[in-house]
Ligand binder design. Sequence first.
Ligand SMILES: NC(=O)c1ccc[n+]([C@@H]2O[C@H](COP(=O)([O-])OP(=O)(O)OC[C@H]3O[C@@H](n4cnc5c(N)ncnc54)[C@H](OP(=O)(O)O)[C@@H]3O)[C@@H](O)[C@H]2O)c1
Length: 212
Amino acid sequence: MIYKNLSFEKPSNRPFFYSSFVATADGKVWVGKPGYWPIGSKTDFETFTYLRAHADAIIDGKGTAMQFGKNTIETVHSDSFKAIRKSLGKVGEIRYFVVTKHPDEALEKRLANPFNFSPEIFQGDINELVQQLKNEQLDYVFVDGGPHLLTSFLDHNLLDELFITIAPRIFGNDGSAMTMVEGLLLDPKKVQMQLLSVEKAGNEVFLRYRLG
Ligand SMILES: NC(=O)c1ccc[n+]([C@@H]2O[C@H](COP(=O)([O-])OP(=O)(O)OC[C@H]3O[C@@H](n4cnc5c(N)ncnc54)[C@H](OP(=O)(O)O)[C@@H]3O)[C@@H](O)[C@H]2O)c1
C-alpha cells in the first residue's frame, strides 16, 4: 500500500483540504470522449480510495458529480471502503458535498441512489463552504475534483496537500482534454509546492506535495 500510516497536519483555523488526481505524462486528467477513462491502474484506484477514506467529507464540483457522483456514492457505501475507514478509526458516515451555482434535475437524477443517502448540494461561494465545514467540525476534507473546483481551492490558498499519480500515457489535445487546473491562469508565484514523497509502483509514479 502506498501512503501507509498517513497523517495530516490540520491548520488551526480551518479544515485540512487535500486532493488527488491521476494525470497522463502530458498532464491530462480528463478527455470528454469515450476510451480515455480510466487513466490509472488498479493500484491508482486503490490509492485514491484509501486517500478518500481518511476524509470526514468529500467535495465535488458539479462536473465531477455528474460524471462520477454515482460511483462515489457506491464506493462510500461499499464494505471495503467501510473496512478501510474502520481500520483508520474513522467513525460515522462520510459526508458528500456537491458545489454548484446551478443545481438542476439532471444532477438530482444522477445522484439518486438506493442507500437513502443525500449528497449535500452547496450553492454558496468557497469561503462559505469552508465556514460550514469548520462549523460542522469536518476536519479532513477531500477535494475530489474536478479541475474547475481544484482551481478555486488553489486560487483561495486553501489546498494543503496534493497527491498526483502520473500514468504512463500521452493523450495530446484537440480541445476536449483538461489538465488538473482549468478556468484560470494562476500567478506563477501564487502556488508554492514542497515535494513530500515519491513512490513508484509498476509503471506509475505517486507524488505527494505540501502546498503553501
Ligand atoms: N483525473 C482525475 O484524477 C480527475 C479527478 C476529478 C475529476 N476528473 C474529471 O474532470 C471532469 C470534470 O471537470 P470539471 O472541471 O468540469 O468539473 P468540476 O470542477 O467537478 O465541476 C465544475 C462545475 O462545478 C461548479 N463549481 C466548481 N467550482 C465552483 C465554485 N468555486 N463555486 C461554485 N461552483 C463551482 C460549477 O458548476 P455550475 O456551473 O453548475 O455552477 C462548475 O461548472 C470530470 O468529468 C471528471 O472525470 C478527473
